[in-house]
Design a protein. Structure first.
Lengths: 111, 115
């Protein structure tokens, strides 16, 4: 069973700073999703990436899928307190058998 | 507009007393999923339906069952809840199981407390 690893596990930064969080696996994924989850709520979809090397932008958020489709990154520019939450990556392996979540990165943006 | 709806948002049950959690969707998606999420952990897939085809994860306890009477609704039945079953239960949907169609949309969750 492949694993998705995320780093860092926790991140606390000041408003206005930039940050990058990572999602890595030893397996190839047919697609990866990024979600943000706030306490007591369900995960909210941010983006899906499917093509190796793909870069998607969502306002201040930039998502990249690795060329080999084994890793992904999320970069936030000029973080705001509203970005605080648990960032989860998830995906299905290339054989279509298993859909898994990474353990998440818990981000805290301080005003 | 809510697309994946879960009721109730909070459910309290007693040890051993059967409980049913409800999920409905307005997306007309083929796939519906149930996840269990415990505090500070990632969601853990319990099972999913592709249309009427039920797919159980290997490590999902027999205590957990699911029903999907039609495209829109899916239920999670916990036959004899134990204290360890207290968690957030998340329902999700997707159009399919590959590529962009594999994108899952989550409901707000039902937080289950077992007394």
């Amino acid at each position: 069973t492949q694993l998705l690893e995320q780093s860092p596990q926790f991140l606390s930064i000041q408003e206005g700073e930039n940050l990058t969080v990572y999602c890595n696996s030893s397996s190839v994924f047919s697609s990866l999703q990024w979600y943000r989850q706030e306490p007591g709520e369900g995960p909210v979809l941010l983006v899906t990436v499917v093509t190796g090397g793909e870069v998607k932008k969502l306002k201040r958020l930039t998502f990249q899928f690795g060329d080999a489709r084994k890793d992904s990154s999320l970069h936030i520019t000029a973080a705001q307190p509203g970005d605080t939450g648990l960032y989860l990556c998830a995906g299905r392996d290339n054989y279509g058998q298993n859909f898994v979540f990474g353990p998440g990165t818990r981000l805290s943006v301080l005003p | 507009d809510a697309m994946v709806i879960q009721n109730p948002r909070y459910q309290v049950t007693q040890f051993g007393k059967p409980v049913t959690l409800s999920c409905s969707q307005t997306l007309n998606h083929n796939v519906m999923y149930w996840y269990q999420q415990k505090s500070s952990q990632a969601p853990k897939l319990l099972f999913h339906y592709y249309d009427k085809d039920f797919n159980n994860e290997a490590d999902t306890p027999d205590n957990f069952q699911s029903r999907r009477p039609n495209t829109s609704f899916c239920f999670l039945d916990i036959r004899s809840p134990g204290l360890g079953d207290a968690a957030m239960y998340l329902c999700a949907t997707s159009r399919g199981l590959a590529g962009m169609s594999d994108t899952q949309y989550f409901g707000p969750g039902t937080r289950l407390t077992v007394l």
